[in-house]
Write a protein that binds this ligand. Structure first.
Ligand SMILES: Cc1cc2nc3c(=O)[nH]c(=O)nc-3n(C[C@H](O)[C@H](O)[C@H](O)COP(=O)(O)O)c2cc1C
Length: 172
C-alpha cells in the first residue's frame, strides 16, 4: 500500500499541529509527503504532476487545518484543477476508482463546540461532507477522518500522542 499525503497549509512555518504531523510522516516507508504550498509557491498547480503522483499511490490523504469550516483555498483550487473531467469524473474518468481517500484535519476549536448543541452546531464529519461527496463522485473509498481538535489548548504531550496516532492512521 503506497500512501500520498497532500498537505495544504498557507502558513506552514507557523504551524504547530500540521508541522509536527508532517515530521512524524517523513521517512516512513511507502509514504510520500507532498506539501502543495512548498511545491507551488505561486499556486500554479502542475496538473500532470498531480495526476502522476496519484496514479503511483493507493491511498490519498488530504491534510489541512480547518479554515472557515472548510479547507484552505489552495486545496479547493487543487480540486478544481486536478479532478478533471475525463480523468477523475465523467464516463471515462475512472483514474481514481478504487483508491482510498482520507482527510486529516486540525481545528482551533475544541471537540465540545462541534456538535448539535455546541457553538459550531455541526460535527467536523458533517462539515467535511462536500469533500466526502467529492470522494464518492471520483470513485474513491472514503475512510474515517483523522481529526485533532482544540489546537489552541494542546499540550506538548497531547501533540506527541496526536502525531503518533496520525502516523498509525495513515499506515493502517
Ligand atoms: C483563516 C483561518 C480560519 C480558521 N477557521 C477555523 C474554523 O473554521 N474552525 C476551527 O476550529 N478553527 C479555525 N481556525 C484555526 C485553525 O484551524 C487552527 O489554528 C489550525 O488547525 C492549527 O493547526 P496548525 O498548528 O497546523 O496551524 C482558523 C484559522 C485561520 C487562520
Amino acid at each position: 500500500m503506497k500512501t500520498l499525503v497532500i498537505i495544504t497549509h498557507p502558513n506552514f512555518e507557523q504551524s504547530v499541529v500540521n508541522k509536527r504531523w508532517t515530521e512524524e510522516l517523513q521517512g516512513l516507508a511507502d509514504v510520500t509527503v507532498h506539501n502543495l504550498h512548498a511545491a507551488y509557491p505561486t499556486e500554479e498547480i502542475d496538473v500532470e504532476r498531480e495526476h502522476q503522483l496519484m496514479l503511483e499511490h493507493d491511498r490519498i490523504v488530504l491534510q489541512f487545518p480547518f479554515y472557515w469550516y472548510s479547507s484552505p483555498p489552495l486545496l479547493k483550487k487543487w480540486q478544481d484543477h486536478v479532478l478533471t473531467y475525463g480523468w477523475a469524473i465523467g464516463s471515462e474518468g475512472n483514474k481514481l476508482h478504487g483508491k482510498e481517500l482520507m482527510f486529516a484535519v486540525s481545528t482551533g476549536a475544541p471537540k465540545e463546540n462541534y456538535h448539535a448543541e455546541g457553538s459550531n452546531k455541526y460535527t467536523v464529519e458533517e462539515l467535511l461532507r462536500p469533500l466526502e461527496a467529492t470522494g464518492n463522485l471520483i470513485g474513491t473509498l472514503v475512510l474515517p477522518p483523522f481529526i485533532q481538535y482544540g489546537m489552541m489548548g494542546i499540550s506538548e504531550e497531547e501533540l506527541e500522542i496526536s502525531a503518533r496516532e496520525y502516523a498509525k492512521a495513515v499506515l493502517a
